[in-house]
Each structure stands twice: as structure tokens, then as C-alpha cells.
Design a protein around this ligand. Structure first.
Ligand code: FPP
Length: 246
């Protein structure tokens, strides 16, 4: 039996988030430049996006560039931005063919104007697609996102738009970059690192975590199936007892 046949289509994560890690180490192991690791990483992005759409996953969020990644050597930052632009140009057709909507989370204004322009075009052209939402976290940091939400809410309180008593989890959700996305059900991190690295801290409160040693450029369809199969074997209790949720 194929791995895909063991996946229960009625129990897919509604929101899958991935920390794509290990491009640099993949390149180093092969004696290649880091840039080639990132380039190979884009192929894994494409395969993962297509597989998620095929499976019926409604929301996929990829950690493509963190607020901390700005501290990398300028050459590497430039390479990543160029790869992003190239991928957006190349993959618009894939997004349209698979009925996928693209959105971004993060500090959009900090991105180079060429990347902003390309992203805006793809976002606008895919806005009515409704099979899957692909969210790219770009210049994204969860703490920055939370700070920004607190500022917006405080300003609304100051201007009597909302009262302090009205602040609840739903209000906070509405002020995060991920406002229209459901909570993350499954978070995958590749490359053997067991860290969250400032990614969706609020949104992963009850996510199942899955770590694999596979380096991102080697992440294939079967690795995604294995992660989902592991997710489907877990009992998600959300703080309740096993008996309560049966
Ligand atoms: C982590 O590997 C990966 C990144 C910082 C960037 C991820 C980017 C891509 C997969 C390509 C472009 C993205 C899109 C959406 C087209 P690392 O460099 O931290 O690896 P290392 O830890 O082994 O050095």
C-alpha cells in the first residue's frame, strides 16, 4: 500500500506550518555554495505546496525569511530575495492551476521594493483562489507581530474604539498578521533542530510538533506524508482527559 493511502483525509491538519531549515548544511555537505542550498530549497517548496493542495490541506504557512535573517551576510540576503522573486515569477502558473491563494505575514515594508512589487502582483492575481491559502512568512518575527498587535489594540483603547474589558483571545487574534487563519494544527521543522525560532508563538499554542532530521532541500512528498501520519496517530486533548474527548 502506498503511504498516501494510509492518510485519513477527514483528519488532515487544517493549518500546517513549516520551518524550512537546513539549506546551508545541505550545500556544505555537498561542497556547494549556500546559495545552491537555497535554490534546491525552492524545489522542495514547490513539491510541498503541490502535495498539500493535492491532499486537501487548506492552509500552509512557510517560514521563508525571519526578522533575524536580516543579520545574515548581505550577499545571502540578496540571494534569498532574488530567489523569492524568481520563484514568484515561475510559480504563478502553479498557484493558478492549483487554485491557491498567496498571502504574506511579516513586515512587508522592510522587503526590497522589487520583492514587494512581485508579491503584490501575485497576491492580487491569486486573491480569489480558494482551494488552499499559502502564507509566506517574510521578514516575520512572532515577537514583532505581538508587539504590533499590542500597539494597535492600545491605540484603539486610547481612542475609545474598544474597552479594556473587551480584550480577549479573539481580539488579539484579529490584530495578529494571521488574523484570518485558523490556529496551527501541525508544525514541522526540518534539519534536526528542535527550536521554534520566533515562529507563530501565539498560533502554535496547541499545535502538534514534528521534527525530522531531513534537510529542507531533501524534503520530499513521502516526508510530508510521514509527518501527517504521525500527526494522525496523536491524541489531541486540548487540556482535557483522554476519556473526555472519546
Ligand atoms: C533555512 O536554511 C532556510 C532559510 C533561511 C530560507 C528558506 C528559503 C527557501 C527555502 C527558498 C526561498 C523561499 C521561497 C518561499 C521561494 P538555513 O540557511 O538556515 O540552513 P542552515 O541552518 O543549514 O545554515
Amino acid at each position: 500500500m502506498n503511504l498516501i493511502d494510509t492518510i485519513n483525509k477527514d483528519n488532515l491538519p487544517k493549518h500546517l506550518a513549516i520551518i524550512m531549515d537546513g539549506n546551508g548544511r545541505w550545500a556544505k555537505q555537498k561542497g556547494l555554495l549556500r546559495a545552491l542550498g537555497h535554490e534546491s530549497g525552492t524545489k522542495a517548496v514547490r513539491e510541498t505546496v503541490e502535495t498539500c493542495a493535492k491532499l486537501g490541506i487548506e492552509n500552509l504557512t512557510l517560514y521563508a525569511f525571519s526578522t533575524e535573517n536580516w543579520n545574515r551576510p548581505k550577499l545571502e540576503v540578496d540571494t534569498l530575495m532574488k530567489l523569492l522573486i524568481k520563484s514568484l515569477k515561475n510559480e504563478l502558473k502553479t498557484l493558478m492551476n492549483n487554485n491557491i491563494k498567496l498571502i504574506t505575514i511579516g513586515n512587508f515594508e522592510k522587503l526590497p521594493s522589487s520583492a514587494q512589487k512581485e508579491l503584490s502582483q501575485v497576491i492580487s492575481q491569486t486573491k480569489d483562489n480558494d482551494r488552499m491559502t499559502l502564507t509566506l512568512a517574510l521578514s516575520y518575527g512572532s515577537r514583532e507581530e505581538i508587539v504590533s498587535a499590542i500597539k494597535e489594540i492600545s491605540s484603539k483603547v486610547k481612542n475609545n474604539i474598544i474597552s479594556i474589558d473587551a480584550i480577549d483571545e479573539s481580539i488579539i487574534n484579529q490584530h495578529l498578521y494571521t488574523q484570518n487563519l485558523p490556529d496551527v494544527d501541525l508544525l514541522i521543522r526540518t534539519s534536526g533542530e528542535h527550536r521554534i525560532s520566533n515562529f507563530l508563538l501565539w498560533q502554535i499554542a496547541y499545535a502538534e510538533l514534528y521534527f525530522t532530521d531531513v534537510l529542507w532541500p531533501d524534503f520530499r512528498e513521502k516526508d510530508l506524508y510521514e509527518a501527517i501520519i504521525s500527526y494522525q496517530k496523536r491524541e489531541r486533548r486540548f487540556g482535557k482527559t483522554s476519556e473526555q474527548i472519546k
